[in-house]
Design a binder for this molecule. Structure first.
Ligand SMILES: [Zn+2]
Length: 332
């Protein structure tokens, strides 16, 4: 392993950063998760550097063997320049993250928004078994957002914001969102929103995470069942919008909240069934098979970042479609 043939993908989150080191056949040589430090840009750079050195150490490799680096970043980024325009959770504004990492490791570095990056990873995962071309990937965790791939190409939109469904208004007089508007989808469907709704409805049983809400609902807690019902109704409508807006073949669901598995999925499927009963249009466009739950042991964010590293960016992801053999087709 002397030639520079290794790729590093990083999913840089507000609290933790995951990294994956792969060889030219996309075999995993190293993986790690480290806490993200965001007090200053230097601390964030140190976090990324630490994660990269950790995966290199696991593979007994050196920085000189890195061919390219991909970064999924929670915020607005300019993939062409590698500049992070605004990433509130990383405490960054107009910061040249891509060029800085590139200079530090002497390797080309590619950036994309984290949910768009995860959409690429999710798309690739599904394509190992199904020849899909157009998907929406919905990430439901501390927030909710989607990434859209149309005809094998990442759809970014004018500002790279295509799929930011979390800030679509669903209840004009609802809760105040941190974006400044009221009643955004994210004030109802997201981990913190579920915890808040549950703790207001049932102050005697404070929960710490969305999984506990699903568990309480399964055990017959009525407050939890109502929260799950409300979340599932809104989420099924969001899925309907994505299908109606983009006419995608599949809607893939991932992120922390989806880790409750069947308990998460079943009430959404019930809602979709209810819509199908009411409408032949819904019956045609919203079959259960449209939904796909990303398994919890696959991290689409970090795999999407590996694709970025391999220059499977918005311009070149179509190569996957053209060659179509899943990860084995990854070439630069
Ligand atoms: Zn909002």
């Amino acid at each position: 392993m002397q030639a520079a043939q290794l790729s590093v993908g990083l999913d840089v989150g507000g609290t933790k950063t995951a990294a994956l080191l792969v060889d030219s056949s996309s075999c995993v040589l190293g993986q790690t998760t480290v806490p993200t430090h965001t007090a200053t840009p230097d601390e964030l750079l140190a976090t990324i550097t630490r994660a990269i050195h950790a995966v290199l150490a696991e593979a007994n490799a050196t920085p000189q063997q890195i061919r390219s680096i991909g970064l999924g970043v929670p915020g607005q980024v300019d993939p062409a320049t590698g500049i992070v325009k605004l990433a509130v959770n990383l405490n960054l504004q107009t910061f040249p993250l891509g060029p800085t990492i590139s200079a530090r490791f002497k390797a080309p570095t590619f950036l994309e928004n984290d949910v768009r990056t995860a959409a690429i990873g999710a798309f690739d995962y599904l394509r190992q078994t199904e020849p899909v071309q157009s998907i929406a990937y919905v990430s439901i965790g501390t927030g909710i957002a989607a990434g859209v791939i149309l005809n094998g190409r990442l759809h970014r939109g004018q500002n790279g914001m295509a799929g930011e469904i979390g800030h679509m208004t669903v209840e004009p007089d609802g809760e105040l969102c941190n974006c400044g508007l009221r009643g955004c989808l994210e004030t109802i469907v997201a981990g913190p929103a579920m915890i808040r709704q549950m703790n207001i409805a049932s102050p005697q049983n404070q929960v710490q995470n969305a999984g506990a809400v699903y568990e309480a609902a399964a055990q017959g807690n009525q407050a939890a069942q109502q929260v799950v019902q409300r979340v599932s109704q809104h989420l099924s409508r969001a899925i309907q919008w994505l299908i109606m807006t983009y006419d995608v073949e599949k809607v893939l669901l991932g992120g922390g909240v989806t880790r409750s598995g069947e308990a998460f999925l079943a009430p959404i499927l019930r809602e979709l069934a209810r819509l199908r009963q009411q409408s032949t249009l819904a019956a045609e466009l919203l079959p259960d098979e449209k939904l796909y739950l990303i398994p919890p042991d696959y991290n689409p964010g970090v795999w999407g970042a590996v694709h970025l590293a391999n220059q499977m960016s918005s311009e070149t992801i179509t190569h996957i479609s053209a060659n179509d053999k899943g990860r084995s087709s990854l070439k630069t």
